[in-house]
Write a protein that binds this ligand. Structure first.
Ligand code: NDP
Length: 234
């Protein structure tokens, strides 16, 4: 059954791979972007998820064009890495405002219509770093760990309405976000990954489409790692 899917930050990177995977299986897919426009073949809405009014307007546009959002993939995220003692309040709160509060804004807006439909799937894109920790990423790791508590609380609030909330925790994925890491750092990371390599964005998309599928209807409040074994033991 075709669903209406919204992927935040679906204009590039992991979000784009996720959006394309849903589109390939016949779903109606919308992506948010912040001015780049939508990739070919996908419906785009301009939206900065740090702005509640923009989130509301984006959802309204998607509802009018494609129908109420049945599957939300809260994927948009940023990093602003630096060591704890150098991290400004602004660097901390900016990352939290996008990664955690931005996901909250989208989940809240999506839930209003999911409750009415008594069906919904919310998938948060966290990170292995959320539970594993990472030097220089106190802000980012805190935001990504917060998504786990958020998903599990939504699970307890909305589970009886047939709404599931799950977390996908990718490891190191080949996108713009990791391309900025120095070669030496990338090589160091690869050594600690049991599979010995970084992943393609498409390898994250498979877990996300599965979580939204009927086959995963009884899975909620889960954290699904897609990390080549990096975070085992979470
Ligand atoms: P990219 O840097 O390639 O893309 C980030 C996306 O988020 C872009 O679409 C960007 O939009 C969007 N975005 C950022 N801030 C906002 C905002 N305020 N409002 C709306 N959209 C915004 O990242 P990835 O594809 O690598 O990462 C996607 C998600 O996966 C992120 O949450 C990231 O933390 C997570 N992740 C990534 C990993 C990796 O190794 N790459 C590992 C683990 C998790 P725009 O194009 O307008 O800038």
């Amino acid at each position: 059954m075709a669903r209406t899917v919204l992927v935040t930050g679906g204009n590039r990177g992991i979000g784009l791979a996720i959006a394309q995977a849903f589109a390939k299986q016949g779903d109606r897919v919308a992506v948010t972007h912040r001015g780049s426009g939508a990739p070919e073949g996908l419906f785009g809405v301009q939206c900065d998820i740090t702005d509640s009014a923009a989130v509301d307007a984006a959802f309204t546009t998607v509802e009018n064009e494609l129908g109420p959002v049945e599957v939300l993939v809260a994927n948009a995220g940023i990093t602003q890495d630096t060591l704890l003692l150098r991290m400004s309040d602004e660097q901390f709160t900016d990352v939290l405002d996008t990664n955690l509060t931005g996901s909250f804004r989208c989940a809240k807006r999506a839930a209003t219509k999911m409750l009415r439909a008594r069906w919904g799937r919310i998938i948060f894109i966290s990170s292995v770093v959320g539970l594993y920790g990472s030097p220089g990423q106190v802000n980012y790791a805190a935001s990504k760990a917060g998504l786990v508590g958020m998903a599990r609380s939504i699970t307890r609030e909305l589970g009886s309405r047939n709404i599931t909330a799950n977390v996908v925790a990718p490891g190191f994925i080949e996108t713009d976000m990791t391309a900025v890491l120095p070669e030496a750092t990338q090589a160091e990371y690869k050594k600690s990954i049991p599979l010995g390599r970084m992943a393609k964005p498409e390898e994250v998309a498979g877990a996300v489409t599965w979580l939204a599928s009927d086959a995963a209807g009884y899975i909620t409040g889960a954290v699904i790692p897609v990390d080549g074994g990096l975070g085992m033991g979470h």
